[in-house]
Design a protein around this ligand. Structure first.
Ligand SMILES: [Zn+2]
Ligand SMILES: [Zn+2]
Length: 256
């Protein structure tokens, strides 16, 4: 049994065949998924997919690349959606210094506002980080984000930073890159970090794991990620599936 903690079935790449993709995931043993919405278009779709499928949940947040577009009304909207029964987290949110659409100071402001909202409504957060690791760690500390905790999604940083994040109540989520031949850090993290702190995800349609690298990613492929983690840790796929699913339930507070 597997839990893909980060999918974008709401992306246009899945508009044609979303149901088939979900069926293939189920056949591969991927029972649970969280569809992540990150702007005005993808959020309603994430909710819609979660509403129409058992065991599929939604997360709602504002992507740092589009921070400059976020208005107070959007933040109010996120607050309203946070009480929806299928919404299990806020995000993705964070910092992305790869693209320059939104200046860093605007990204930080929007990130802080979303952390404050998460604390207000008491929900875990999903962190997107691209080329901004130190600023993210500093900001999470300043804002006391450990109060709610959450996920470092598609984590690609060092073991040391992973441990700092774990101390702040965050889980480390590994995606396709852990399967890439040239990816050293995610493999080191899989090896050094205890199973009780790890999650698996695809971030589909992006970052398809080996041997499907470069093609459209889909939730069924989270099995390839879990297999790699199992290989690195000397565990069975089943053990990795069980523990990461248990972690996901605890984090998203589905284990009542
Ligand atoms: Zn992301
Ligand atoms: Zn994402």
């Amino acid at each position: 049994m597997l839990f893909d903690t980060h999918v974008h079935l709401n992306a246009e790449q899945f508009h044609e065949d979303c149901e088939e993709v979900i069926n293939r995931a189920r056949e591969a043993g991927v029972q649970y998924m969280v569809v992540v919405g990150f702007d005005r278009e993808t959020i309603p779709l994430a909710i819609e997919i979660a509403e129409s499928h058992d065991d599929i949940y939604a997360a709602v947040g504002w992507h740092p690349v589009d921070a400059i577009d976020m208005e107070q009304a959007d933040l109010d909207w996120l607050e309203e959606l946070s009480s929806h029964p299928k919404v299990v987290a806020l995000g993705e949110m964070g910092l992305d210094y790869h693209w320059d659409k939104s200046p860093a100071d605007v990204q930080k402001e929007i990130f802080r506002k979303q952390i404050a909202l998460a604390k207000k409504v008491n929900m875990p957060i999903i962190i997107h980080n691209r080329e901004a690791t130190q600023d993210i760690v500093d900001l999470l500390k300043e804002e006391n984000a450990g109060e709610v905790g959450g996920i470092m999604h598609c984590y690609s940083g060092s073991v040391e930073i992973a441990k700092e994040c774990i101390d702040m109540n965050f889980y480390i989520s590994l995606g396709g890159p852990v399967t890439f031949k040239n990816a050293k850090k995610p493999k080191e993290v899989a090896e050094a970090i205890g199973m009780e702190h790890l999650l698996v995800e695809t971030d589909c349609p992006f970052l398809a794991p080996h041997p499907n690298r470069g093609t459209r990613n889909e939730p069924a492929y989270v099995k390839l990620v879990a297999e790699k983690v199992a290989e690195i840790k000397g565990l069975s796929l089943e053990e990795v599936g069980q523990q990461t699913t248990k972690n996901s339930f605890k984090l998203f507070r589905l284990d009542k």
